[in-house]
Ligand binder design. Structure first.
Ligand code: ADP
Ligand code: NI
Length: 212
């Protein structure tokens, strides 16, 4: 199994190494590490968890031009590692069902414990200091303003308008704070609350400096 995870890590590095929107290989590695931490107090198949954590953004439309093609490539790659059909199916299911943008359109998917762990790990990396940095980095790469009090946060119902986005600060309300309330595991919930608190404090300071 270690050899298989090593090969998956190499594949993720190759696919995500060029990303400059906050979904690079460093994000995949943090998600894998957070998932391991959550797994310490939760049972779950480590190969499925590490595989899905490392690969979850390699098929994302933010990162790749053709996500259907990327999904086929990930599937072929996993088969080349001689994973069972069941393991491949489970990893592909998790990576195609965990995202917030998918939930906007289709509602919360039913996830296995492995899927719940990877989803929590991905969501934790969207929060806290790292979450703030990734959001600013993403906003900058998409030409969004940092903040504009005239532009109010939206309650997005579909992926296309969500993808357009508005301002970096609005993204905290449009997505990030909602994530903190949607965690699956005990550790995920606890750590999400801690990270959300840090962000709330950050916003208080931000508004103070904006007004000064
Ligand atoms: P998911 O993969 O769960 O659908 P997203 O693709 O919406 O998640 O976002 C992943 C991360 O990318 C967010 O946590 C955030 O840091 C950044 N991001 C996505 N959309 C925006 C946006 N409109 N403005 C700023 N950051 C964004
Ligand atoms: Ni991610």
């Amino acid at each position: 199994m270690d050899k298989q995870i090593e090969k998956i890590t190499e594949f993720a590095k190759m696919r995500l190494g060029q990303d400059h929107t906050g979904h690079g290989f460093d994000h995949a590695q943090r998600v894998a590490r957070l998932a391991r931490k959550i797994t310490e107090e939760q049972s779950g198949d480590p190969l499925i968890i590490q595989g899905a954590a490392l690969l979850h953004d390699t098929i994302d439309d933010k990162v790749v031009a053709d996500s259907a093609k990327a999904l086929q490539e990930v599937e072929a790659f996993l088969h080349s590692l001689t994973l069972t059909q069941e393991q491949v199916t489970e990893i592909l299911y998790i990576i195609t069902h965990l995202s917030f943008s998918r939930e906007l359109e289709k509602g919360k998917a039913v996830l296995s414990i492995e899927g719940q762990i990877v989803q929590d790990a991905d969501r934790l990396d969207a929060l806290g200091a790292l979450g703030i940095m990734r959001t600013a980095y993403f906003g900058g790469s998409h030409g969004h303003p940092i903040y504009d009090p005239e532009i109010k946060p939206e309650n997005y119902q579909d992926k296309a308008t969500y993808r357009k986005g508005s301002t970096v600060i609005n993204h905290f309300y449009e997505k990030l704070f909602l994530l903190a309330d949607s965690m699956n595991t005990r550790l995920g919930k606890e750590e999400a609350m801690r990270r959300k608190k840090f962000m709330t404090d950050f916003l208080a300071e931000f508004y103070q400096e904006w007004a000064d």
